[in-house]
Design a binder for this molecule. Structure first.
Ligand code: AR6
Length: 172
């Protein structure tokens, strides 16, 4: 791992973070929804929706990028996590793929700092503990390679989630 790489979990509303890019837990339409997706669209303003309309949707496990508009973040990466269906439908690989593709897009746009929400663990029902292990292990492994990114924030919305992501970071 790079010596000056900072990876940590914090509790925050992701729409307030002054990072280069925040990741959205979107759906395949990319046209908004509830949860963190709704919060990001509300905070970024209608221009974000207009930009998303031009993206033509996104497959599960993949990600697309837009500007951040009214957000403090320069960009939003819209990643589509898997819906939890018991764990034997490729959910783990699809979730890991969200994190990998988001980091790749962020690096292509020369981002240094990125914040992830707990993708798939809300409406999509992915159990938080395994989701946290996948999220933290995937990010650590990806950033073994050279990248523009030197700060990764796992942005949790509850104290319980924060505890789980901190533990996953410590144990991983
Ligand atoms: N900042 C940070 N985290 C948040 C915020 C916020 N402002 N608001 C909610 N969370 P979810 P999913 C947390 O349901 O499971 C949408 O309708 C939340 O507590 O937002 O991937 C999309 O359009 C949870 O820990 O995303 C899709 O249809 C985490 O964000 C679907 O929901 C993810 O919960 C995606 O479901």
């Amino acid at each position: 791992m790079k010596r000056n790489l900072l990876i940590y979990a914090t509790k925050a509303d992701i729409t307030t973070l002054p990072v280069d890019v925040i990741v959205n837990a979107a759906n395949t339409s990319l046209l908004g929804g509830v949860g963190v997706d709704g919060a990001i669209h509300r905070a970024a303003g209608l221009e974000l929706l207009y930009a998303c309309r031009g993206l033509g949707g996104c497959h599960t496990g993949e990600a697309k990028i837009t500007n951040g508009y009214k957000l403090p973040a320069k960009y939003v990466i819209h990643a589509v996590g898997p819906v939890w269906s018991g764990g034997s439908h490729g959910e783990a690989e699809l979730l890991a793929s969200c994190y990998r593709n988001s980091l790749k897009l962020a690096a292509e746009h020369h981002c240094r700092s990125i914040a992830f929400p707990c993708i798939s663990t809300g409406v999509y029902g992915y159990p938080v503990e395994p989701a946290a292990v996948i999220a933290t292990a995937t990010v650590k492994a990806e950033l073994e390679h050279e990248s523009s990114i030197d700060e990764v924030i796992f942005c949790c919305y509850t104290d319980d989630d924060l505890e789980v992501y901190r533990k996953a970071l410590k144990d991983g």
